[in-house]
Write a protein that binds this ligand. Structure first.
Ligand SMILES: Cc1ncc(C[n+]2csc(CCOP(=O)(O)OP(=O)(O)O)c2C)c(N)n1
Ligand SMILES: [Mg+2]
Length: 412
């Protein structure tokens, strides 16, 4: 059985080559090759914490001193700690589901910290780290996963839209929003506005993303398409969804695409600042492919050991986004050992508060499902609301108080 990496046949290679399918060994070899990210990967901090100079991107992080790096480190540790706590709470039956981000902290914190308050971010369902950088209290976010809330924050005040579960759908919303920024003349100089839209590698196979790319391109929308390529769409590896590295797709739409080391917070910050600058000045859109790996399941309902190899995970642990900043700070004297202990203690307290809030979170009244569906209510919605409340009134008072029994009946 040939074990060399399998590549798609080129046009003109003939029917036999076109019909050939990769062997399992070749699929594995292909995965290992993609774990390197390729020569085109933009990196400012190696996994060992060495600073790599970049003529193009150093100017975008010229202001990043040791203190800023310590802050980025702290952001990532807090976000990871909250993520681990939420994951544990789901296992303990306190959350219906959790969507872990383990390993994606640098992509989310780096890009999120590049944004200005006037910018708008459109997340998918895993952007807890971006939410944090937008000032969303993670205690307000946890209700989605306890199934007591659809959102939990004021998206306009935070510049952070509600989560979107439908894969790729937020790309259309973001494109429309960015086109609006353009039409309203909010683009043109350093003070211009921009939009950033987060989606996964798997989402790039969706029609919505294609449509967003087309509309964003022809209207020069100030829109950063931020693809976190963790190399899997649940059990589907990226190489089954694209013949090309994803960032190269941008060229076909007529805007720049760039691949950044998604485990390098400094590079993610620099590249996103650059992309946002392009957009603010009317040169958008830009596609950023943050090449990364999620070191946990797709969600708590998923078992990745069914389709991923454990050596792949081990390899990515060595590229941990937090460890490389820690190594850089510790080696260069940018932080004392006490700093790391202090951040860890702060993260534990952060997680304890999240847990406390989750356990004591009030259950919303049943009629709440009719609130905030539309900006303004409608006669039909009011009618449905009245009917539902009258239906609930039909239960004995003690049953009405026991919310869960009503909810169970209400589902049928
Ligand atoms: C339109 C649509 N199809 C299918 C699903 C089910 N689904 C949920 S997550 C997912 C995979 C998404 O992969 P990717 O875009 O790479 O995001 P990741 O979770 O890996 O960050 C799928 C198919 C969905 N939510 N929406
Ligand atoms: Mg993915």
């Amino acid at each position: 059985m040939p074990s060399e990496q399998w590549t798609h046949p080129e046009p003109g290679d003939g029917p036999a080559a076109i019909a050939a399918q990769p062997s399992p060994e070749q699929v594995i070899a292909g995965l290992r090759a993609t774990s390197e990210g390729g020569a085109e990967l933009t990196q400012l901090l190696t996994p060992e914490g060495q600073r790599v100079p970049s003529t193009q991107f150093d100017p975008y992080v010229a202001d990043v001193d040791d203190e800023t790096l310590r802050n980025l480190y702290r952001d990532m540790v807090l976000v990871r700690r909250a993520d681990r706590e939420a994951n544990a709470m789901q296992r303990q039956g306190q959350l219906g589901i959790w969507v872990p981000l383990l390993g994606q902290e640098a992509a989310q914190v780096g890009s999120g910290r590049a944004l200005q308050p006037r910018d708008m971010a459109f997340p998918s369902y895993r952007e807890h780290g971006v939410a944090y950088t937008r000032g969303v209290d993670l205690r307000d976010l946890i209700g989605i996963f306890r199934c007591t809330d659809h959102s939990g924050w004021d998206y306009q005040a935070h510049g952070f839209h509600p989560y979107t579960i439908v894969i790729g759908n937020q790309v259309l919303n973001a494109t429309g929003y960015a086109m609006g920024q353009k039409f309203e003349g909010k683009v043109g100089d350093d003070d211009g506005e921009a939009t950033i839209c987060y989606f996964g590698d798997g989402a790039t196979s969706q029609g919505d993303v294609h449509e967003g790319f087309v509309w964003g391109a022809v209207y020069d929308a100030p829109l950063v398409f931020f693809c976190q390529n963790n190399q899997w769409a649940i059990s589907e590896p990226t190489e089954r969804q694209s013949r090309l590295p994803l960032y190269q797709r941008a060229r076909g739409y007529g805007f720049p695409g760039i691949r950044v080391d998604g485990n390098d917070v400094l590079a993610c910050l620099a590249v996103t600042r650059w992309a946002l600058e392009q957009c603010r000045h009317g040169n958008g859109p830009v596609l950023i492919e943050a090449f990364t790996y999620r070191m946990d399941a797709h969600t708590t309902t998923d078992d990745p050991t069914r389709y991923r190899l454990s050596d792949e995970l081990e390899e990515w642990k060595l590229k941990d986004p937090i460890e490389r900043v820690r190594a850089h700070l510790a080696r260069g004297g940018g932080a004392e050992p006490e700093f790391f202990d202090q951040v860890q203690a702060e993260a534990d307290e952060f997680a304890a508060q999240l847990r406390e809030h989750t356990f004591t979170m009030p259950e919303p009244p049943p009629e709440r499902i009719f609130s905030n569906v539309y900006a303004e209510s409608s006669p039909l919605l009011e009618q449905q609301r009245a009917e539902y409340l009258s239906y609930l009134d039909g239960f004995a008072p003690e049953e009405s108080l026991a919310g869960s029994s009503i909810r169970n009946r209400g589902e049928h």
